[in-house]
Ligand binder design. Structure first.
Ligand code: GSH
Length: 203
């Protein structure tokens, strides 16, 4: 299999963590690419028409995107229901938690693009604040449940860990741990997992 990814991407990191957790990493060749919405990577567009990472060439040669589809594909390839609870409330909870982590990353990345790519004179403070509100409320929701997670590690926990790792990487002074002690303690614990330690975001 081939994985198109980029070092800073928290969505690509989801896939890399899944691959390690599921014992599939050795079967995946990683291809690093550069992505930015202001400079469409037309080579990547041949794999993912949305021109985003991650994209995965699966075992049958088809190309899958986005991270949600790829992570679930890898889980199935590894026998199924390893990172995705099989059914019932546990499954919906894990998928909702994945949506929470993905949403925090989406909002954070939109802020990052606004701050790093958009010319300063064109930046829109209200829009930046609106995205920040999604990050803040998302993390507050995670804080309310983090105390009950224990050692569980499903696709939802994995995704939230990617969101927090990415915030530390791109916004090291964000102070997200302030007033979120449960989430901070959980993240410190979960960061010791080899799959997370081996995939820290890089420029
Ligand atoms: N929903 C997608 C989001 C992927 C995404 O936003 N990737 C970013 C990098 S972190 C990207 O490729 N951005 C390039 C662009 O927006 O043009 C997923 O889960 O894979």
């Amino acid at each position: 299999m081939k994985l198109w990814h980029s070092g800073p991407s928290p969505f690509a990191r989801k896939v890399r963590i899944c691959a390690i957790e599921l014992g599939l990493a050795a079967r995946i060749e990683e291809i690093a690419v550069t992505v930015a919405p202001s400079k469409p990577n037309l080579e990547l567009a041949r794999r993912n028409p949305l021109i985003k990472v991650p994209a995965l060439e699966a075992e049958d040669g088809s190309v899958l995107y986005d991270s949600r589809v790829i992570c679930e594909y890898l889980d199935a390839l590894a026998g199924g229901n390893r990172l995705y609870p099989a059914a019932g409330a546990a499954r919906w909870d894990a998928l909702r938690r994945q949506a929470l982590g993905d949403g925090v990353m989406d909002a954070g990345i939109l802020r990052r693009y606004e701050l790093a790519l958009r010319p300063e004179a064109l930046r829109w403070a209200d829009w930046l604040a609106g995205q920040q509100a999604k990050v803040d409320h998302g993390l507050d929701a995670a804080e309310r449940e983090a105390g009950g997670w224990g050692e569980a590690f499903d696709i939802g926990h994995l995704t939230l860990a990617c969101a927090l790792g990415w915030l530390d990487f791109r916004f090291p002074d964000s102070g997200w741990r302030n007033a979120r002690p449960q989430l901070g303690a959980w993240y410190a614990r979960v960061s010791a997992r080899p799959s997370l330690a081996q995939t820290t975001p890089s420029a």
